[in-house]
Design a protein around this ligand. Structure first.
Ligand SMILES: [Zn+2]
Length: 304
């Protein structure tokens, strides 16, 4: 009987899926895992970098970003993309924080319920989101952290959201994305040596990202770097002219690993992982359990 591994990445904005997990999503899709991206917002507050971008009268920036995410996740062969239906809160301290629809102002229980519905439907053994600082302090990333940790517990609780009609499901592992500080330092030095702008602007590369001593899990994405770059550049409105477009291939090759910190696990692992599904490969779900899933078309659809 065929068996399925399911990976769900919970992200804040369109482009986060590609920048921090693009290679990983492409790798596991290529190996036949079910992959899904849950995006909390449509990136209404992100910058517009492409001067040629014309937003048609019938469009909004949100619809442009939604289309770009669909394109990027098609490149990454992601099976499911859902939005949680909130508005981008903008960077901490900006006026957008006060918007009533902003994700940072959402009722955490309702936001968690929306995520739990997706978890129960797609049955991920592995969840991925950000650390308690949201990686770099963005309020939407921090909110993703909060609701994903809550959902790790509540998706399995039959009392929680019992009237949504989905069976409880217990994910087995929860990871935080991690940008390797050593990799960033290497890219910084390589960029300067090549006469290029360092890719982190004014940020101090010595304090950026996560020290390698804290990283538990390294995924080899070298074969998927070209796909990752193509997915990133699908986010034309945000990433045109960015380092992801201009970085030479030999410097891009420094990003041959995507790194994670294992935050929760119900299975024992080596602590030095090279596979998000370590300890779970004998726990794949029999495909027959997926009758609900395969009863609907596989592709992009939207919740809330
Ligand atoms: Zn983001």
């Amino acid at each position: 009987m065929p068996e399925i591994l399911s990976l769900m990445c919970v992200h804040a904005h369109p482009d986060d899926e590609s920048s921090s997990t693009g290679g990983t999503l492409a790798k596991y899709a290529s190996e036949g895992a079910l992959t899904s991206v849950i995006c909390a917002t449509k990136g209404e507050e992100g910058e517009i970098r492409d001067p040629r971008l014309v937003i048609q009268p019938w469009e909004t920036l949100a619809t442009v970003r939604q289309r770009e995410l669909k394109l990027a996740t098609t490149v990454l062969k992601v099976n499911f993309v859902n939005f949680l239906g909130y508005r981008d809160s903008g960077m901490a301290g900006t006026g957008a924080n006060a918007h009533t629809q902003a994700f940072c102002n959402a009722d955490p229980e309702e936001a968690c319920r929306r995520l739990v519905l997706n978890i129960r439907k797609l049955k991920p053994q592995v969840l991925v989101t950000y650390n308690e600082n949201g990686g770099y302090g963005h309020p939407d990333h921090i909110m993703c952290h909060r609701i994903t940790h809550a959902a790790f517990e509540l998706a399995a609780d039959p009392e929680f959201a019992w009237d949504d009609g989905e069976e409880p499901w217990q994910p087995s592992k929860l990871y935080h994305t991690a940008h390797s500080r050593e990799t960033h330092l290497r890219v910084h030095d390589m960029s300067l040596a090549a006469g290029l702008e360092p890719p982190f602007g004014n940020r101090d590369p010595k304090t950026f990202g996560v020290p390698d001593s804290e990283i538990t899990t390294r995924i080899d994405v070298a074969p998927y770097l070209a796909i990752k770059r193509k997915a990133l550049l699908s986010h034309r409105s945000q990433l045109t002219g960015s380092r992801w477009e201009t970085m030479p291939d030999d410097i891009m090759a420094a990003y041959s690993e995507e790194c994670f910190v294992l935050a929760r696990s119900l299975v024992s692992t080596s602590g030095r992982e090279t596979d998000l599904f370590e300890g779970l490969r004998d726990r794949a779900i029999a495909a027959d359990d997926y009758s609900l899933l395969f009863a609907q078309p596989v592709g992009t659809h939207f919740v809330a």
